[in-house]
Design a protein around this ligand. Structure first.
Ligand code: ADP
Ligand code: MG
Length: 697
């Protein structure tokens, strides 16, 4: 097996394998389950399980696992072997339909935000047959959803699948109105571009902050950063190329469509983009991408950092979530059409998205909220914490013409009637012309750029799917009841533009004046996770999720609790790590250096006829007073960190971390970073930013 076309997907129990290994009837039953969500009989499941097992054993597997995505944001697995005793001291390899379809999971240590206590202590995993099983190592992985026995979702996949159902239903209603009777299913599609940093394992293991928190908590700027833009799209170093080659090979075997790789803006930063797929598959695959990046890096003596902001002063890492809607007949509904009717349909979907993003700005911000991503959003290189939409000039002008009922373009003196006139062709330039927008139209899809590099893409897509479904429900209600479809359609589009145009912004999102302007427009600016979470349980948000049966109110409350709790835990770990590093590494190192300087000054004085030893004595003055100041900041941080832990309520505690602990961390860091610039390199207790960012050679 050597060519990519031969080995692509070889570790996946996909369509081709199923066709080959399953009896015809079973294969057809599987197809009905995958395509139409039809329940699989246990008998059929038994046949599938057996075929899966034989195939997996052929590939060297000895175990299987129900693979799921708890609220930690990463994946979880528990391995069971296929062995079963056969009575004579030997074993046979078995795997039943029951084991395939459903797994008991006493996963009581997963975050549940009180749900487990309220409802049911045990959870179970349920096979998701629409996402293919695959082999990793010696284990057969079965993608599953994770629920409580009462049916509450305890994971990131269940709500995503629910949201895909909702949007499917509403888009179909709208498509019917336009006479698209051939379409039977609609899916949202996602291509998630993954950014990451690669550093050497040697430097990584010498830094407690990286080990425990995934980011540097100290570190003076390196002498060179990204100011020359010489890393972005630069030629890939052989060591990194070897890593990428192996990443691709592993991903391709797993059926992941890894497509594009390049160096990103910051030194040591890279990106991997797959070809888009159906949203829940894209979500599963993104989890695999993150895992493969981490594992392969280790084999190359490297460490892959997925944190949103591993280094201060250079770009952080995000995950651009490219999102669109497409039909089972292969039509991308965000592709501008050729005929007046298709154009009107395109505009209607565009307006639905515009309203959804405006109505649920807060939920989109919440979907990407984490302690890590707070450092990135609004830090001058990532989209700001204010949500807005970029459409580009052409599309903006068209919407304006419709909204103001004024002629469009120089030649056309007619008013633009939706559904009657062909829209002027706008160039489908998919290069992102505005990289500062959090939500940009890029020709035939939207790119949501606020998602953090380490996050599951599920949350963002749950919000997008559900919010757009909700708006489309209103649109479909109005249009279905209309006497004159075309004129109602025109009015609906015009009204939506009028009510929601405040969310459109084509300018520079990094500019401070935009924040002022956004506030004037009444848009929400939610710079931190606690600010954002304060809106999670707003009535309109609870209504959106409960009415669309994505989450019950109890599930929402539990998720809000988990997010607060998680934020608090992360900041606490960061604070105690800082305290430890300052107390045991940085301050003592400066002390030792001061001792050396003092001894040197004394012996120099004895050895020289000059009156003063400027370098040593001046440095002793400066450094000793900085070290004293650092010690005082360290004591403050120690005190407030322990104060924080006494606040019982997680909401109140998260605000305390944001308002008191984080500033105390910043104060300590700032002095320590200053001292770093004055201390002999061989006496500084950890690799510096230069070693980290330019260490992979
Ligand atoms: P760029 O954003 O650099 O112009 P592309 O537009 O080719 O590059 O694609 C960026 C990402 O968007 C890729 O992951 C790609 O698979 C994804 N993408 C392209 N078309 C769609 C679509 N219809 N739905 C979802 N994602 C898409
Ligand atoms: Mg892009």
């Amino acid at each position: 097996m050597n060519t990519v076309t031969e080995y692509f997907g070889c570790l996946v129990f996909g369509d081709a394998v199923m066709r080959e290994k399953l009896p015809k009837e079973t294969y057809r039953a599987m197809q009905r389950t995958i395509k139409n969500g039809k329940r699989l009989d246990l008998e059929v499941a038994n046949v599938v399980a057996n075929a899966m097992k034989d195939w997996a054993i052929e590939k060297g597997a000895t175990h299987f696992t129900h693979w799921f995505q708890p609220l930690t944001g990463i994946t979880a697995e528990k391995h069971d072997s296929f062995i079963s005793p056969n009575g004579d001291g030997k074993v046979i390899m078995e795997f039943s339909g029951k084991e395939l379809v459903r797994g008991e999971s006493d996963a009581s240590s997963f975050p549940s935000g009180g749900l487990r206590a309220t409802f049911e202590a045990r959870g179970y995993t349920a096979w998701d047959p629409t996402s293919y099983a695959f082999i990793k190592g010696k284990t057969l992985y079965i993608p599953t959803a994770f629920c409580s026995y009462g049916g509450e979702a305890l994971d990131k996949k269940t709500p995503l699948l629910r949201s895909m159902e909702r949007i499917n239903k509403q888009v179909l209603r709208v498509l019917k109105l336009f006479g698209n009777d051939d379409v039977t299913t609609v899916n949202t599609t996602v291509g998630a571009e993954q950014e990451y940093f690669l550093i050497t394992e040697e430097t990584y293991t010498k830094r407690q902050d990286l080990l425990y928190t995934g980011r540097t908590l100290f570190g003076a700027k390196s002498l060179k950063g990204q100011e020359l833009d010489d890393h972005y799209y630069g030629s890939i170093k052989p060591r990194v190329a070897a890593f990428m080659e192996e990443v691709n090979e592993e991903l391709w075997k797993l059926g992941v469509l890894a497509k594009t790789e390049h160096n990103e803006a910051a030194p040591a930063q890279h990106e991997l983009a797959p070809i888009f797929s159906t949203t829940h598959i894209a979500c599963d695959h993104n989890q695999l991408i993150m895992e493969v990046l981490r594992n392969v890096a280790k084999r190359h003596g490297l460490v892959c950092l997925l944190h949103e902001k591993p280094f201060a002063g250079v770009n952080g890492s995000g995950k651009h979530n490219n999102w669109s809607i497409s039909t089972n007949t292969g039509v991308n509904l965000l592709e501008p059409g050729e005929t007046p009717y298709e154009n009107a349909q395109f505009l209607l979907f565009l307006c639905a998205i515009m309203q959804a993003v405006d109505d649920y700005q807060d939920l989109l911000r919440i979907a990407v909220a984490s302690a890590g991503n707070d450092h990135r959003l609004g830090a001058g290189e990532a989209p700001p914490a204010v949500v807005s939409i970029f459409l580009g000039d052409e599309l903006n002008d068209i919407l304006e013409a419709i909204e103001t009922e004024s002629p469009y373009g120089a030649k056309e003196q007619e008013l633009l009637r939706v559904g009657v006139h062909i829209l002027p062709k706008f160039p489908k330039d998919t290069t992102d012309r505005n990289r500062t927008s959090p939500f940009a139209f890029t020709g035939n899809k939207f790119e949501f750029r606020m998602v953090g590099a380490s996050a599951s893409i599920s949350d963002a897509n749950v919000v997008l799917n559900t919010a757009v479904a909700e708006v489309l429900k209103g649109f479909a209600d109005r249009l279905e009841a209309a006497e004159n479809f075309e004129s109602e359609l025109h009015d609906l589009i015009r009204d939506t533009i009028r009510s929601h145009k405040r969310i459109l912004f084509n300018g520079n999102g990094y500019d401070d004046s935009w924040i002022t302007e956004a506030e004037r427009r009444g848009l929400m600016n939610l710079p931190t996770t606690p600010d954002a979470l304060a809106h999670f349980l707003d009535e309109k948000n609870i209504r959106l999720f409960t009415e669309n049966a994505i989450f019950s109110e109890a599930e929402l409350r539990s998720r809000s609790e988990i997010m607060h709790e998680n934020y608090c835990k992360i900041i606490n770990i960061e604070a105690v790590t800082m305290i430890d590093m300052a107390q045991k590494e940085i301050l003592p190192a400066v002390s030792r250096y001061l001792k050396l300087l003092s001894e040197t000054a004394v012996s120099m004085k004895a050895a020289t006829t000059r009156a003063t030893t400027t370098f040593e004595t001046e440095l002793i003055d400066t450094l000793s007073s900085l070290n004293a100041e650092a010690y005082s900041k360290l004591k403050t941080l120690t005190r407030v960190t322990s104060d924080a832990r006494t606040i019982r309520d997680y909401t109140a505690r998260s605000h305390f971390y944001k308002d008191i602990v984080i500033p105390a961390m910043a104060a300590l860091r700032s002095i320590c970073d200053d001292m770093e610039t004055m201390t002999a390199k061989d006496m500084w207790p950890m690799p510096n930013y230069g070693d980290l960012l330019f260490g992979v050679r």
